[in-house]
Design a protein around this ligand. Sequence first.
Ligand SMILES: C[S@@+](CC[C@H](N)C(=O)[O-])C[C@H]1O[C@@H](n2cnc3c(N)ncnc32)[C@H](O)[C@@H]1O
Length: 248
Amino acid sequence: MVNALIYKPLPAFSVHTVVFKSRDTAMPSPESSLLQSWHTNADAWIEAIRSGAIESRQQVTDQAILLAIMGRQPQRVLDLGCGEGWLLRALADRGIEAVGVDGDARLIEAARLAGAARVHVASYEALVDGKVDIGRDYNLVCANFSLLHQDIIPLLAAMNALLVPTGVVVIQTLHPWSVAAGDYQDGWREESFAGFKGQWQPMPWYFRTLSSWLNALDMAGFQLAGLQEPQHPQSPVPQSLLMVAERR
Ligand SMILES: C[S@@+](CC[C@H](N)C(=O)[O-])C[C@H]1O[C@@H](n2cnc3c(N)ncnc32)[C@H](O)[C@@H]1O
């Protein structure tokens, strides 16, 4: 029997979530607070990623998304919400042309300084509105723990339009079952980053059920081609949900 104490599960950022309570119209929307939190947390995030502080990434999820992407043998990949660019570097090391886009300028600068040649600063809203040219004819678009907002269908549809006809999207996200915390319904939650070193601004993020993920892919013109639940052999819970979907 697996002893849960041997391997302490720690999903992509943290399991500590509370229901997002703000209903005050004077408050910023969760979407704007979400991106704002990355502006505030950029330096702490870069440190967390580059020091290998997130155990689940080191042990499970980084390899899972890399394998899922490599399995498709893409020539050109767009990394949506690329952050400080670790996946861009890993793909470039494997001879893949990788382009990154993220809404935080500090993270994109860090990606560029670490060697990512093709990176763009753009919010998801700007991508949906077609306001920024980030290239097209990608074989694959990946999003590694970067689809955190509510209205993901227009963004996925915009990504669909940037793919070649045989293109695929690869999404790795928090596993809904692992992070539901007894409340299995779509809705805003808050990530406190408790347990992480340094100062962090809490981040609103949108919890979605498995069927909500699959419906969103369908509505954006994708059909599911593969679903994985990457897990550490000594962990009782999946560390992520990983979906591969083809353009319809
Ligand atoms: C958890 S980090 C993941 C970063 C990277 N994919 C990785 O694996 O390390 C989420 C990323 O999504 C980006 N992001 C979140 N909301 C965004 C938005 N509305 N527009 C653009 N980027 C956004 C953040 O700036 C951040 O870099």
